[in-house]
Design a protein. Structure first.
Length: 322
């Protein structure tokens, strides 16, 4: 297949009219692509399909602006082969459910038919953002993934205070901090596992979150952006998530941060995970975000960066991508 003279970038995302443009990392990527003269196309998950093994989509031309109102114009959709796109950005937010998995099958066919998909659809299926920390135990605090509530209770007794979370969520949803004296601990275990039917994650509580927050480190093709976004919980909340009311600060990467990135970054690059967010509390990685990591806009503004441009540079270096 002959690639078009102007790269065609398709973004698969949640409805663009519902984003917060001042904070949206996907918009930053699209602005960078448009600024380079790339043709930008848009589709939601529901617009994708497979016909006789060919990945298809109803794709709309998209023009974006860096404003807080009227930030896009969307043209009429046309049915197109996804493989004819130069690059497809998969930026659909979790939940990571069956519909998400079915979408990765379509995108994998698009990849096989000529498009570069970022992040790679097979990697999106294989690398669960919570569970994949198990591949890097040297980087993580004590962690248990189980659906056995007795095991969870024993882990709590061992560590005294823990963080419990589901394996499929995002944005701080359904995250609980539990200590040994909490009379609701069994209710939390029952709720997260649905009485032992579902796996959940339980980690040793890291008190550093109070002072230094939950730090988001962005990896672009395995290499870290030099600053991390610190998400400091509100005094009345335990969650270091901007969506849950945490405040944003930032800091330069530490030596420990760079060591963590050196441990994880090459594996991400090899798996086709071009844009990844590591969540770090204190000295430990707590999650490896590969679906739709955020943090670009805040870091760009604070440190005069162009992380969207860094991503496009990385994409352009991949043979055959543009």
């Amino acid at each position: 297949m002959i690639k078009p003279s102007v790269p065609r970038l398709l973004v698969v995302m949640d409805p663009i009219e519902a984003i917060k443009p001042a904070k949206d990392s996907t918009l930053a990527m699209l602005l960078a692509a448009q600024g380079r003269g790339w043709q930008v196309l848009y589709a939601e998950q529901k617009a994708l399909s497979l016909r006789d093994g060919v990945a298809m989509g109803r794709l709309s031309p998209l023009e974006v602006r860096d404003t807080t109102s009227g930030w896009f114009d969307r043209g009429e959709p046309k049915n197109c082969r996804l493989g004819d796109c130069s690059v497809i950005l998969m930026r659909k937010d979790p939940p990571f459910d069956l519909e998400y998995i079915y979408t990765t099958y379509i995108l994998e066919r698009a990849r096989d038919q000529g498009a570069l998909v970022v992040n790679d659809p097979r990697g999106l299926r294989d690398i669960n953002e919570k569970v994949y920390t198990a591949w890097f135990p040297q980087c993580c605090a004590p962690t248990l993934i189980t659906r056995d509530m007795a095991e969870m209770a024993e882990f709590l007794r061992e560590h005294g205070k823990v963080v419990c979370k589901p394996l499929h969520g995002m944005g701080g949803r359904s995250i609980f901090v539990v200590d040994q004296g909490d009379k609701n601990r069994n209710v939390v275990f029952e709720t997260l596992t649905d009485y032992g039917k579902n796996f959940a994650m339980i980690q040793r509580y890291l008190p550093e979150i109070v002072a230094t927050g939950d730090c988001r480190i962005l990896l672009v093709d395995g290499e870290p952006v030099p600053f991390s976004l610190q998400r400091i919980p509100d005094s009345g909340d335990n969650r270091g998530n901007l969506a849950a009311g945490a405040r944003a600060e930032s800091r330069a990467l530490t030596d420990r941060d760079r060591w963590l990135c050196a441990q994880i970054g090459p594996r991400m690059r090899d798996a086709g995970m071009i844009f990844v967010g590591l969540d770090v509390i204190g000295e430990y990685v707590t999650e490896i975000n590969v679906t739709s990591p955020t943090g670009i806009r805040e870091l760009d503004k604070r440190h005069e960066l162009d992380i969207g441009g860094m991503l496009l540079d990385a994409i352009a270096r991949i043979p055959g991508a543009t």
